[in-house]
Design a protein around this ligand. Structure first.
Ligand SMILES: *[C@@H]1O[C@H](CO)[C@@H](O)[C@H](O)[C@H]1NC(C)=O
Ligand SMILES: *[C@@H]1O[C@H](CO)[C@@H](O)[C@H](O)[C@H]1NC(C)=O
Ligand SMILES: *[C@@H]1O[C@H](CO)[C@@H](O)[C@H](O)[C@H]1NC(C)=O
Length: 334
């Protein structure tokens, strides 16, 4: 057989084999690495660029329609009924001058000390002020309830009252000291609402009044907080349904939340927890010589967290599908 008639066939076979091998070697759905954001209450009094050097922090919000001049993606918020005029007066300019893809709805609507709005009133507000922005190409995040039991129920009631509304993702807050419980809560919210999630506030903070449940009122030490942030952030980085998160918080004054959660010192300079949050350093719990002895049960997550290591290979089911597609093609061409 003349060489030229063998070679093309051999080459086709070789290149197809190479393609199939390449498909198998491809990384699977890799953990997205830039979900982290900044819940930013500092205006321009603190240098935001300290947090952007690794690229892991990719967005921020300010609980308002007011951006802080920066290269990061800004996410405006319609905080509550009292903020409608401010929002309406500023949103067009913000959209014109800043990189905006998404808008956040009301802040802790079920809490009397927060935006304090009924699901029905919130639905009307949503239709009037937020749906027109979606028609302009922006994605809309639900009102963000707290992790009190009434929060999830409020969201159910809101979605019921807002039939036909376009709620692109569910936003929520979570405060407590147990990373495994956080992960279970996030899984439950995903199962309940079947939409992508944004965790727009979370921290190692115990709001349970002392005496109401085991460990209630006991706050996290610095070491607990380091491990809690590490476990919960690693989970969210690899959970495909978590789109974004923002820790509470990147601020000098944590407004009553345990100061161990601060990502900066009192002068607004990023601290080691802040460095950890943006992936610049590995988690570093203070050692035995540290003044911060443990003051709470460890909040490090249990074994469930191991289920969420990033996958680096194509899931088995897709490998079978690819094989079924590839073999007939291979057979035909060769
Ligand atoms: C903002 O822009 C929208 C769409 O162009 C327009 O309908 C609306 O009147 C504007 N609002 C203000 C306050 O200028
Ligand atoms: C943390 O939460 C998990 C899941 O709810 C629970 O099994 C575990 O006992 C909790 N750990 C502590 C120290 O309370
Ligand atoms: C941080 O979290 C990852 C993922 O859960 C885990 O593998 C690692 O051991 C944690 N680091 C520390 C110091 O606990």
């Amino acid at each position: 057989m003349p060489l030229y008639s063998i070679q093309p066939r051999a080459m086709r076979l070789a290149s197809l084999t190479a393609i199939i091998l390449a498909i198998f070697a491809l990384p699977g759905v890799r953990a997205q690495n830039n979900k982290a954001g900044l819940a930013w209450a500092n205006g321009d009094s603190v240098d935001m660029d300290q947090f952007t050097v690794t690229g892991k922090v990719s967005w921020y919000y300010s609980w308002s329609a007011w951006p802080v001049n920066n290269d990061l993606e800004f996410v405006p918020m319609l905080w509550g009924p009292g903020h409608i005029p401010e929002f309406q007066n500023n949103i067009n300019q913000t959209l014109a001058q800043h990189h905006v893809t998404s808008i956040l709805g009301m802040n802790e609507p079920e809490q009397s000390g927060q935006s304090n709005i009924s699901p029905g009133d919130a639905a009307q507000m949503w239709r009037t002020y937020l749906e027109p922005l979606r028609a302009r190409g922006l994605r809309l995040g639900s009102p963000a309830p707290s992790s009190a039991p009434s929060g999830k129920q409020w969201l159910y009631d809101f979605l019921g009252a807002c039939a036909g509304c376009n709620v692109d993702f569910i936003a929520f807050h979570w405060y407590d000291v147990n990373a495994t419980a956080f992960i279970q809560y996030a899984e439950d919210m995903h199962n309940a609402f079947q939409r992508p999630l944004w965790v727009t506030e979370w921290a190692c903070q115990n709001f349970r009044p002392p005496g109401t449940s085991p460990g209630a009122g006991i706050q996290c030490s610095d070491a607990d907080t380091v491990l809690f942030l590490n476990s919960t952030q690693a989970f969210m980085d690899s959970a495909p349904y978590i789109e974004r998160y923002s820790w509470f918080g990147a601020m000098r004054d944590l407004h009553g939340v345990n100061p161990a959660n601060a990502l900066m010192d009192g002068n607004g300079k990023i601290n080691s927890l802040g460095q950890q949050y943006m992936g610049a350093i590995p988690p570093r719990p203070p050692g035995p010589g540290s003044p911060d002895g443990p003051t709470a049960p460890t909040s490090n997550g249990g074994p469930r967290i191991m289920n969420y290591s990033p996958t680096n290979t194509i899931p088995a089911v897709w490998q079978v599908v690819l094989l079924l597609v590839a073999f007939p093609i291979l057979h035909k061409l060769c």
